[in-house]
Write a protein of this length. Structure first.
Length: 213
């Protein structure tokens, strides 16, 4: 079953970074490289943009400021980002790939040889008619990819779709470096349910200049 509408909201970055990145709100706050169509961990963001996309020198200050805003959050690793359920609607900003899935478990690989070997060894049966060709997505690319099956929009799949929990939304979030006259409020940036509460580590901070934490 699949959901026709992906539940994740998308946060819009400043125009200066728009050619390079888009920001996902759910399941965790992660930047996605537009060119690669894959999410990036904050700790590797700057190196990725510099080495693979020749980020101009004048934009690096904006990227550093963005990274400073999320520096108070616990550091993320690849295993901290949960996969979407099989049958989800495609996440618009992620690459959709051809893949193969075992009919007896959630095992997915892009190489059919890996799937056939898995079926032989793990299930002890012939691989014939034991896997499906599917469309899949992963938050990350390369060897860090962990795939889930996505709805491909066919009429048959649409009739079995999961109800969407909420529609995708796009909101503006200014992350440009602050000026002396700018009073910046970013409390919503720290995740769903944070409301207007400050992080505990910000006790005693001048809330009109949170970038000085």
């Amino acid at each position: 079953m699949c959901s026709l509408i992906s539940p994740g909201r998308v946060l819009k970055l400043p125009d200066s970074l728009d050619p390079y990145l888009i920001m996902l709100d759910e399941p965790v706050r992660l930047p996605v490289c537009r060119a690669c169509q894959a999410a990036l961990l904050p700790k590797s963001l700057m190196d990725h943009l510099r080495k693979h996309h020749q980020l101009p020198q004048e934009l690096r200050k904006t990227v550093r400021f963005f990274l400073s805003l999320i520096s108070t959050l616990p550091p993320l690793d690849f295993d901290d980002v949960p996969c979407n359920p099989d049958g989800s609607a495609p996440v618009e900003v992620l690459r959709v790939v051809d893949a193969f899935q075992c009919n007896h478990c959630p095992f997915i690989r892009r190489d059919v040889t890996d799937v056939r070997k898995h079926i032989n060894q793990e299930h002890g049966i012939s691989a014939a008619s034991s896997y499906d060709e599917i469309k899949a997505q992963s938050w990350f690319g390369g060897r860090r990819a962990v795939y889930w099956r996505v709805c491909d929009g066919s009429t048959a799949e649409k009739s079995e779709c999961l109800p969407a929990e909420e529609t995708s939304k796009e909101t503006n979030l200014s992350l440009e470096p602050p000026t002396d006259t700018l009073a910046l409020c970013q409390w919503g940036f720290f995740g769903k349910g944070f409301g207007n509460r400050l992080p505990k580590s910000w006790s005693g901070v001048d809330t009109t200049r949170p970038w000085e934490v």
